[in-house]
Design a protein around this ligand. Structure first.
Ligand code: ZN
Length: 255
């Protein structure tokens, strides 16, 4: 009897899974290539501009997920255009995104720092280095990030804590960071940290900044200019987005 019922059960389960998938709408991801236009972002040892690299990688992630039924990627920019930081979050609101991922490369005055780190919003940075990075990435913000705790950001954070967005941002950051380090084990993990990034304020949805490496490091800066290395980064980002989509699929079930 078992020999007959098992395949039937398997078929029934398969059809239920297929049915459930149809009922779930895809995860809508706004992917934000940092900087653009006159705002070059960091300039690397290989002469590469952060704004070009973030756009190239964002387009690669979108291409990798083009056929994924459970993910929909929308870019904040698809060419070398300057966008205000508020325009990027406003765009995520406008298209009703589920999550927001801003893509960046790191830089330092010193040639020594290297590695990958992922951020979600914090009133103050996890450490003075995170504060400095947020200041640099906020350079075109309408309201620059203050060095000390900002009551406005504190209010935003207490609000997103209430609706659970903070925990989801932290989870998303962890998934992305893990996926990147798994794909590039030779890179140093600077871990998931918090900082006062202007682009993460007012998002209202899980939102992270990914810093995929230091353009100013003699070795990592050259690696970031390498297309094979870029492909490892973008594949890891695509994998992380797919993982987040399946982990949160039940939240997007149709009514
Ligand atoms: Zn940047």
């Amino acid at each position: 009897m078992l020999r007959f019922t098992t395949p039937i059960l398997a078929l029934m389960l398969a059809s239920q899974v297929a049915f459930a998938q149809q009922e779930t709408r895809p995860l809508r991801v706004v992917l934000d290539p940092g900087h653009g236009g006159h705002n070059t972002g960091a300039i690397g040892v290989a002469g590469i501009h952060e704004k070009h690299l973030t756009l190239t990688m964002a387009k690669q992630v979108a291409a990798l997920l083009e056929d994924a039924a459970d993910v929909e990627i929308i870019l904040t920019r698809t060419d070398d255009t300057f966008l205000e930081l508020t325009e990027r979050t406003d765009f995520a609101h406008k298209v009703d995104a589920d999550i927001f991922i801003s893509l960046h490369c790191n830089a330092s005055e010193s040639p020594e720092p290297h590695g990958i780190e992922t951020f979600f919003l914090g009133v103050k940075g996890s450490d003075p280095e995170a504060d400095l990075l947020a200041l640099r990435e906020n350079e075109n913000a309408v309201t620059p990030a203050p060095a000390t705790a900002d009551p406005l950001v504190a209010a935003i954070i207490s609000d997103i804590r209430r609706n659970g967005t903070m925990a989801e941002s932290s989870d998303l950051a962890a998934i992305v960071q893990q996926s990147l380090i798994k794909s590039i084990p030779e890179a140093v993990s600077r871990k998931v940290r918090q900082a006062n990034f202007a682009v993460l304020r007012h998002s209202g949805i899980p939102a992270i900044v990914v810093e995929v490496g230091f353009l100013t490091h003699p070795k990592e800066g050259l690696l970031l200019a390498n297309t094979d290395y870029q492909a490892r980064i973008t594949k890891a980002l695509a994998t992380a987005i797919k993982s987040f989509a399946s982990l949160t699929a039940d939240e997007r079930e149709a009514d």
